[in-house]
Design a protein around this ligand. Structure first.
Ligand code: HEM
Length: 478
């Protein structure tokens, strides 16, 4: 350990906590910020991956006087999220997000309350399976018209993330709630999201938001969903195929507020992360035209315009799914997960005793690029998922978990995958996305999601692949 004055002062002031975690290697902390300065100007997932490289799969960092155990080791992460999960709970970002997504949301629930919410979640079970089997045409039409609008209104190009976030919002609205929610709802969604995101930044906030506008937006946001539930109940239209109508038909007695908040969370759960994955895929294809050509070629065999097109049809176009998986591996949208040791007892992990309520960050970022687990990990290579590749690295396994692992695996994973595949197929079969390839991939962290910003793209009507298509570039990530 370093013995500068700030380092000695740190150990003196936090002696009990330092001793309790002695033996876990990590960057030397200084008084008063601990290792917080490491995060200045760098995405947290890269800082955590760096700790993994320097100190191993279990490292100790300090954010101010709070110790944080950083896990980059697939076996230890699998233990925390899987067999040993009873020793942990979800603390962060619960208090920060509760005013936005509400305490009824599965994402921040714990214990029996979590089990109850998971059991009634509309995105799980038979109703959800039927919905997913029929949702592709809905998503296709919403994406097709959303991207057409983007192209018409922005002939000179549009920020890909911003434009496609709105497309996802509208597509999710129709698929889950049965109708587009419009500009007002989107504004509320963004405004509430920004409040949630600000509250997640350190020092994370637990006091209620002060701004009266927040409460007005939240009232309108959840009020819309009350209105849609009432309407669906009143009209009981048997031809509706959206998740709201299907769920009410099958489970009319689920308590309304629980149901509303779980289904409303399809937006905060998935719009940012699925758009991140989609933009990343488009970005990577723009840098790998040979891959795009393979996809375009395979899409010729897919009758995407059919009213009955379904998930099996998408799967018959293997490169589509492979590109989505490879984008989720290569630049994973949710690179960090947080857990805390239960407050009632210490737990043993990796040969160390972690005191009650110790905070942990689990990251898939470095694991998804580990040379120990992947051949040529820094190469964007969708073909790796074919001929047994997907079976060798199952989604949710210890070396590939873009949607988490274990009992708390993302409840929206099947829908998110269906959306990303449908959106990618729809965009690529109708447009060529022209990107300035000199613009590097730059990500910010928003609402727990890695968001690619600043990628301006033009959606050009698709034509035959040009013989002078640009060559694949080697290192697309700046
Ligand atoms: C590409 C898109 C998505 C990605 C990468 C993603 C990623 C994740 C990850 C990593 C977790 C685990 C968090 C943890 O263990 O702490 C998670 C949980 C969750 N996700 Fe997603 N997600 C996506 C889309 C969605 C969608 C569309 C929904 C909407 C239904 C959703 C709703 C949830 C919920 C409710 C949880 C909490 C589950 C629980 O704790 O039982 N996600 N997601």
């Amino acid at each position: 350990m370093s013995s500068t004055l700030p380092a000695r002062l740190f150990r003196l002031v936090h002696r009990r906590k330092v001793e309790a975690l002695a033996g876990i290697p990590g960057p030397p902390p200084s008084f008063p910020l601990g290792n917080a300065l490491d995060f200045l100007g760098k995405p947290p997932w890269e800082v955590f991956a760096g700790y993994g490289r320097a100190y191993g799969g279990m490292a100790l960092a300090w954010i101010g006087g709070t110790p944080v155990v950083v896990l980059n080791d697939p076996t230890l992460i699998a233990r925390v999220l899987g067999a040993g999960s009873a020793g942990y709970y979800k603390d962060a970002p619960g208090k920060a997000l509760e005013p936005v997504i509400t305490k009824r949301c599965l994402f921040i629930a714990n214990g029996d309350d979590w089990a109850y919410r998971r059991s009634i979640h509309p995105a799980r079970g038979e109703v959800a399976d039927e919905w997913l089997a029929s949702v592709v045409p809905t998503l296709r039409d919403a994406v097709a018209s959303g991207v057409r609008r983007l192209a018409e209104r922005n002939p000179g190009g549009v920020d890909l993330y911003d434009g496609l976030e709105r497309v996802a919002f509208d597509a999710f609205a129709v698929a889950a709630w049965g109708e587009p929610l419009g500009d007002g709802a989107y504004r509320e969604f963004v405004a509430l999201g920004m409040v949630g995101d600000r509250r997640m930044q350190p020092p994370s906030q637990s006091a209620p938001p002060l701004c009266p506008m927040f409460y007005a937006d939240r009232r309108r946001w959840y009020g819309r969903f009350d209105g849609l539930i009432e309407k669906a109940r009143r009209e009981a239209d048997p031809s509706r195929t959206d998740l709201l109508a299907r769920s009410l038909r099958r489970n009319p007695d689920v308590p309304r507020d629980d149901f509303r908040d779980l289904l409303a969370n399809v937006f905060y759960g998935g719009v940012f992360s699925a758009t991140s994955g989609l933009v990343t895929a488009l970005y990577l294809l723009a840098h790998h035209p040979a891959e795009e050509a393979i996809l375009r070629d395979q899409l010729k065999g897919l009758d995407l315009g059919s009213p009955a097109v379904g998930p099996a049809d998408l799967d018959a176009c293997p490169r589509l799914g492979s590109i989505v998986l490879e984008a989720l591996r290569y630049l994973t949208p949710v690179p960090l997960m947080a857990r805390s040791v239960v407050t009632t007892r210490p737990v043993e992990l990796g040969g160390h005793t972690l005191p009650p309520d110790t905070k942990l960050f689990l990251t898939n970022w470095a694991i998804h690029r580990s040379p120990d687990l992947w051949a040529d990990p820094d190469r964007f290579d969708p073909g790796r998922w074919e001929s047994g590749g997907a079976e060798a690295h199952p989604i949710g396994g210890p070396d590939f978990f873009p949607f988490g692992q274990g009992a708390r695996t993302c409840v929206g994973m099947p829908f998110a995958l269906a959306y990303m595949k449908t959106a990618l197929a729809t965009i690529i079969s109708r447009h060529r996305v022209e990107l300035d390839r000199s613009v590097p991939y730059k990500a910010t962290y928003f609402f727990g999601v890695m968001i690619p910003r600043g990628l301006k793209g033009r959606f050009l009507p698709v034509g035959p692949l040009h013989a002078d298509a640009p060559e694949d570039s080697d290192s697309p990530v700046g």
